[in-house]
Design a protein around this ligand. Structure first.
Ligand SMILES: *Cc1c(COP(=O)(O)O)cnc(C)c1O
Length: 461
């Protein structure tokens, strides 16, 4: 056992990576293009530029350059909370009595409480650089809204956050953090957009959904001068920004001669996992390693493990371009007793392609098992994990236990994406013993699949 490793490996500011890692450069043509739903043709830069910032579109469409320089202004922002520590989970190893070495990359050490700040900073910077004055977005649980509010405050942009109404009402503290950073929080559906008004008319009293909040934020961006929409996961440029996680990890591991046998991450839209694995996956695609890469999703929203690989809308209002991805159908809604995040119907097109081609695996876990792992982890490693992150903890623990049973020594790395201080209602239901698991039936999934568009590109699916 390699016990010469410190509990926490911190890089210095100088060692912080100067480049993001574009894994698509190793994917021989990236993935299938986004399609314009009106024409069925691949999206052009022009199609996208009414909604997204120019520089982000260039990054989105770039499958040539392996390394993309991180502008100095963004590095300065990153220095407020990066490099983030790579932690050797000695206490967890001891608790599990495992011969495995367990490491986690901790992204919760900033006020937003998650990795989402890595892309928020980049996207706010590019918006400012383009001369825009405001940006819009949606938020569900609130981590993304918080991260973007911090970045918008720093770079001097106005921000409207369309927050799913149930979260707006149930998470008043999250909402207040966002307002403290100067953003305007609008409960969605709202009367400020045509999309919101239409939904309110059809479903009076609705608590809203992410899909509806996206539609409102996109509409607002289209109709406000000098304004664009910003998305916190799924898209290739978001994964690119998140590759700072993997880049730092690789540097820290190389410095101590640590070679992971396994990398595990939770997957909602795929941005943290995509970012964590980027440089390792690049080497794997080049045949230079054979790391076992594993995505973990909730059993209640199993897009990779039970979804279809098809062209689908990225939002439930069916307004975005079509992306080829593993999807449960843009009309799919996880059961209301599903507590954590990771409730997106689709999955990053990059990860979908890599999964489809067999370069990574996926598994799903039930939420009571996830919270059981979260509580064990909190009590021995000290960090109170976000429920999303605890999906990765669950599987890392299971793998470490398997190592003990099989007498195998493996090096396991997982992504600890954030902290769970705003998820105490979910922890309460676990602690009270009232949390339940719901696994969608095949019929439930079939209803979602029926909302996948029946376009030409989906023939035979
Ligand atoms: C948003 C979020 C996730 C899931 O998003 P990905 O894009 O799949 O990474 C995971 N963990 C935390 C803490 C989050 O806030």
């Amino acid at each position: 056992m390699n016990s010469n490793i410190p509990y926490k490996i911190y890089l210095s500011e100088d060692e912080m990576p100067r480049y993001w890692y574009n894994v698509k450069a190793h994917m021989k043509g990236g993935h299938e293009p986004f399609l314009n739903p009106a024409t069925g043709e691949p999206c052009t830069k022009k199609d996208l530029s009414a909604v997204f910032c120019d520089e982000c579109i260039d990054q989105e469409l770039n499958d040539r350059d392996e390394l993309i320089e991180i502008p100095e202004e963004i590095r300065s922002f990153y220095k407020m909370y990066r490099p983030s520590p790579l932690v050797r989970a000695y206490c967890l190893e001891k608790l599990l009595d495992t011969p495995a070495e367990i490491y986690y990359k901790f992204e919760g050490n900033n006020t937003s409480g998650s990795h989402k700040l890595n892309s928020a900073a980049a996207q706010a910077y590019y918006a400012k650089k383009q001369g825009l004055t405001s940006i819009t977005t949606e938020t569900g649980a609130g981590q993304w809204g918080t991260a973007l509010a911090m970045a918008a405050a720093y770079f001097g942009l106005n921000l409207d956050v369309y927050m799913v109404k149930v979260s707006y009402e149930q998470k008043p503290f999250r909402r207040e953090v966002i307002r403290t950073y100067g953003a305007n929080v609008v409960p969605s559906p709202s009367t400020t957009t045509a999309a919101g008004r239409k939904i309110l008319e059809e479903h009076p009293g609705t608590g809203g959904s992410l899909g509806c909040a996206i539609s409102e934020a996109v509409e607002k961006a289209r109709e406000t001068p000098n304004c664009r929409y910003v998305l916190g996961s799924v898209l290739d440029h978001v994964l690119l920004h998140q590759s700072i996680i993997g880049q730092e990890c690789k540097i820290a591991m190389d410095k101590y001669g640590i070679k992971p046998d396994m990398i595990i991450g939770c997957a909602g839209g795929g941005s943290n996992l995509g970012g964590l694995i980027s440089p390792f996956m690049g080497e794997k695609l080049d045949g230079k390693n054979n790391i076992d890469i594993l995505a973990v999703e909730p059993a209640s929203c199993p897009s990779l493990t039970r979804g279809k690989y098809a062209y689908d809308f990225c939002d439930s209002a069916r307004t975005t371009p079509l992306a080829k991805m593993y999807t449960l159908g843009c009309g799919f809604m996880p059961s209301p007793n599903h507590a954590g995040g990771l409730r997106y119907h689709g999955m990053s097109p990059v990860l979908s392609r890599l999964y489809h081609d067999g370069y990574m695996r996926a598994t799903s876990v039930e939420q009571t098992k996830v919270f059981e792992a979260a509580v064990k982890f909190a009590r021995c490693e000290g960090i109170l994990p976000a429920p999303e992150s605890a999906h990765a903890i669950r599987v890392a623990m299971d793998e470490a236990i398997k190592c003990r049973e099989e007498g195998k020594k493996k090096v396991i790395l997982f992504g600890l994406t954030g902290t769970g201080y705003f998820d105490m209602t979910a922890y309460k239901s676990y602690n009270d013993g009232t949390m339940t698991d719901t696994i969608p039936t095949d019929e439930d999934l079939q209803r979602g699949f029926e909302t996948i568009p029946k376009c030409k590109a989906n023939e035979g699916i």
